[in-house]
Design a protein around this ligand. Sequence first.
Ligand SMILES: [Zn+2]
Length: 110
Amino acid sequence: MSEDKVKEMAKLLLSGAVMLAEQCPVCGAPLFRLKDNTIKCPACGYTKAEKVEKKEREETKQKITVGTEKEILTKKLDLLLQNLERSQDVNEIKTILETIKVIHELLKET
Ligand SMILES: [Zn+2]
C-alpha cells in the first residue's frame, strides 16, 4: 500500500470515520464508514451508500454471473465440437467428449 493511501486512511480516521471489517469489493482494502454513514474505500475511492442497496447490487451481480457462465459454457461447447470434428487423435477425442459431457451437466444445472 502506498504512503498516500495510508495518509488518506489516517485522514479518514481523524475525521471520525470508522474502519470496518468489511473489505472493498474493488481493491480489497479495508472500508471506512464516514460520519454521514457513507462507506468509502480510501484506496480506490469506491463508495457505497446503504447496505440495502448493496444487497440488491449483489443479487443483480449474481444473476449476471449465472448468465455469463452459461454463455461461456455454450461458447466452449461450440469450440469443443469444432475440435472434435477436426481431431484425429483418439486420446484427444476422448478428452473432448468427457469435457463436453461435463459442460452438458453444468448447463443442466444453470
Ligand atoms: Zn477500494
